[in-house]
Design a protein around this ligand. Structure first.
Ligand code: F6R
Length: 361
């Protein structure tokens, strides 16, 4: 059942190249985007993305995609806030609910609040027979297979893939994306299984770094653009299973407070592919190094060459099209959490106080 792995989480991390290849075969067959016809973005003027936990961070990444590819205003919220805030809704909004289990109580309540009051409700779920899948107007399965580890891994990257294809469809429906860019993006998505496979080879070197990380009291994760929500996800994963206090920040927020935390004992994990905003992230990173923070830079060859000097450690990822970097960098984020927890000897698959499916508030 664990297929030779020590933990379900390790198995589920390693399954991601295959999971994404399956989801790609379904949603991006050779003939193009495969999304239901009734999922039509042409008359939508707003997208609302609602979820909890890791699924919420998948929504937070997708916001960048919907805004960039389709130029639709896009709002994200955690389900527990959204449902009790009872925000005004509009008939031309499309509401998307993301949930691995499809049973999360707050997400289900948020869906019920939106039903009848928005143009369409869409569920992005792993369990097709779940309440959220049944109650939404349209259900899109992420096709990740059963996820046993309490910390979500393969469901996260599969959610991202489905949301990425949706955002491309939204861009096409609205005439915001030309054929050339669309095909470049679909090619980039098709390259993900191979790239994630390469990223799996980082498991051993990351296990070595994790021995030092396991000693830390606090760990910060930094990211910019679509990598910002991935920094939040990296911190969540780490705290869930290693019980080390971790926080994610937008790199540009560092000087607005969290930099006060930096000293020699605080590892700062910078998730930064060599993208448009790389230089800005590097200057944030240098501010950390000037205060003797232990910087772990995860980047591509180019990024490491430009900015690797003076860092405590480096993780090299293959190059990837800028918008989709969070899908690839999810793997080292998960491996960092996993190996740190293993080094600490915590219960990786059944972390204390957590349940796989949160069906009560
Ligand atoms: C984190 C984690 C949780 C879930 C959250 C939502 O690793 O697993 O944060 O993501 O409880 O669960 P679903 O996706 O089932 O609605």
């Amino acid at each position: 059942e664990k297929g030779g792995y020590k933990h379900f989480m390790a198995k589920e991390i390693a399954e991601q190249p295959v999971v994404l290849a399956d989801a790609l075969r379904h949603y991006l067959p050779k003939s193009g985007l495969n999304m239901p016809d009734e999922l039509d973005f042409s008359n939508i003027d707003r997208i609302i993305l609602i979820a909890c936990g890791t699924a919420h961070y998948a929504c937070a990444v997708a916001k960048y995609w919907f805004e960039e590819f389709a130029r639709i205003p896009c709002e994200i919220d955690v389900a527990s806030e959204f449902r009790y805030r009872e925000p005004p809704l509009s008939a031309r909004s499309l509401a998307i609910f993301v949930s691995q289990s499809g049973e999360t109580a707050d997400t289900l309540a948020a869906l019920r609040y939106c039903a009848e009051n928005v143009a369409k409700t869409v569920a992005v779920v792993n369990v097709p027979s779940s309440s959220i899948a049944r109650e939404a107007d349209i259900a899109l399965p992420i096709l990740a297979g059963i996820e046993v580890g309490v910390a979500s891994t393969k469901a996260f990257t599969a959610q991202l893939l489905v949301l990425a294809v949706m955002a491309l469809k939204a861009g096409r429906d609205r005439g915001q994306i030309d054929d050339e860019i669309l095909s470049a993006h679909t090619e980039a998505l098709r390259s993900l299984p191979g790239l994630l496979n390469q990223a799996m080879s980082l498991s051993e070197p990351i296990a070595k770094l994790a021995e030092s990380l396991a000693e830390a009291q606090d760990i910060l994760f930094l990211g910019r653009g679509p990598m910002y929500p991935l920094a939040l996800e990296g911190a969540l994963k780490l705290k869930e299973i290693s019980y080390i206090h971790a926080e994610g920040y937008a790199s540009g927020e560092l000087k607005h407070g969290p930099i006060a935390l930096i000293d020699r004992s605080v590892p700062v994990i910078v998730m930064a592919p060599h993208d448009r905003l790389f230089d800005k992230t590097v200057s944030n990173m240098q501010e950390v190094m000037a205060r003797h923070g232990m910087v772990l830079l995860a980047s591509d060859a180019k990024g490491l060459q430009i900015a690797g000097d003076g860092t405590w450690a480096q993780i090299q990822l293959p190059e990837i099209a800028e918008p989709f970097a969070p899908i690839l960098y999810a793997v080292p984020a998960q491996l960092l959490a996993y190996h740190t927890a293993v080094a600490k000897g915590t219960d990786v698959d059944q972390p204390r106080n957590l349940a796989k499916s949160v069906t009560v508030e």
